[in-house]
Design a protein around this ligand. Structure first.
Ligand code: KG4
Ligand code: ZN
Length: 368
């Protein structure tokens, strides 16, 4: 079915169901060696969970069951390929909500088994970590900042399957701190984007909020104290006018960006010291928080000062999607790293298995 004048090989179907998005994508390698995204379909379950104030695992799993066949068909259709054109099927096996993971894993395995294709089990975090290779062809090694609703991590990406975690949050993820700030200030819309919007009309110097971890030698993060400080400042200023809310949002965002920039500056110094001869030093970002313009600006400054190139994939590929899973599957397929039909799903699955788990890292234990 696919136009043979532009053969893509290998050609991988990727499936992502680890949290509240049902997603499928087809990614292939072109004759010029560049990966190509042929389709990228994402169905968000946000509305199903809205009334509950968070992702409900049981509802998520059922919604994945309802949606998965249609989403896979849409991804194949958009790509103009059928199952016989594929080289392998990749599905997220973790970390995430087990019910959803099982739906994606079983779908991927069933397609692979029925068509005699290889199956690749992908770590969702590896999907994020390899995205700059998909979008910008970044060469190993590079430094990665993953800032989502579930994770705040600095990772050294040395090669496929070879990751070293340099820092992580010891309590809340940064996206989670944004989400909670939006909620406690009663913003009409949810999440970090609402905080950013309100902050545009605010005075970032009005409230003196803490800059967690600033100056600490270790590269970890902490955001729960900052969130508490916002709550206390809000309580002291009650009743809040729209201007108070904007000033609180701006002050919070500035404190979060300061804290992040401090950690990143240190990580870049270490990166430079560990790879003095590396000509093209790259810091890549992923995760929804990377959409924040104030944060991006601070990251750009830190990179400029350290002589490092900042690579920020398009927003659609920063958040959760299946193209990143298909691409990780593609690299694994090319390396001959296929998985058996007995490969299990894993609710917890650190990329760096040697890293010491820190208490309370990230929210929900699921969303990455
Ligand atoms: O990566 P993502 O789409 O989903 C996962 O958590 O995996 O990230 C979502 C997170 C949410 O916590 C959301 O509040 C945050 O990214 N976010 C933002 C912005 N847009 C999304 N945080 C700050 N500023 C933004 N503009
Ligand atoms: Zn994610």
């Amino acid at each position: 079915m696919r136009n043979p004048s532009r053969p893509l090989s290998p050609l991988i179907l990727g499936i992502e169901t680890s949290c509240d998005e049902t997603a499928a994508s087809v990614v292939g390698r072109g004759a010029d060696g560049r990966p190509e995204i042929l389709s990228n379909v994402v169905l968000s379950q946000v509305e199903e969970h809205a009334a509950f104030g968070g992702v409900v695992p049981e509802i998520a799993a059922r919604a994945h069951v309802d949606a998965i066949s249609g989403i896979v068909e849409a991804a194949l259709g958009d790509a103009g390929v059928n199952l016989d054109d594929l080289s392998a099927v990749a599905a997220t096996l973790g970390p995430g909500l087990v019910g959803g993971l099982i739906v994606g894993a079983m779908t991927g395995k069933a397609i692979a088994a029925a068509r005699g294709l290889g199956f690749v089990g992908v770590n969702h975090l590896e999907g994020h970590a390899l995205t700059p290779r998909l979008t910008d062809g970044v060469a190993y090694p590079y430094l990665m900042l993953l800032v989502s609703g579930g994770h705040t991590q600095i990772l050294l990406v040395r090669g496929l399957g070879d990751y070293e975690r340099w820092g992580t949050t010891i309590d809340d993820a940064l996206g989670e701190a944004f989400d909670k700030t939006a909620k406690l200030l009663g913003l009409p819309e949810q999440g970090g984007a609402a905080v950013e919007k309100s902050a545009r009309g605010g005075d970032a110097r009005r409230f003196g909020l803490p800059r967690p971890m600033r100056g600490e030698a270790r590269l970890d993060f902490s955001f729960s104290g900052l969130k508490t400080a916002v709550r206390q400042a809000a309580q002291a200023a009650m009743p809040l006018t729209a201007q108070d809310v904007a000033d609180l949002c701006a002050s919070f965002q500035a404190a979060a960006a300061d804290s992040l920039a401090d950690r990143i500056a240190r990580a870049l110094t270490r990166f430079g010291a560990e790879y003095p001869g590396l000509a093209d030093k790259v810091l890549a970002v992923a995760g929804g928080v990377a959409a924040n313009a104030a944060i991006r600006l601070r990251l750009e400054d830190a990179c400029l000062a350290a002589g490092v190139r900042l690579v920020a994939p398009p927003l659609k590929l920063c958040g959760d999607n299946a193209a990143m899973i298909a691409y990780a599957g593609l690299e694994r397929f090319e390396a001959g790293r296929l998985d058996g039909m007995d490969a299990p799903v894993r609710s917890r699955w650190p990329l760096d298995e040697a890293a010491v788990p820190l208490i309370g890292f990230g929210r929900r234990g699921a969303k990455a």
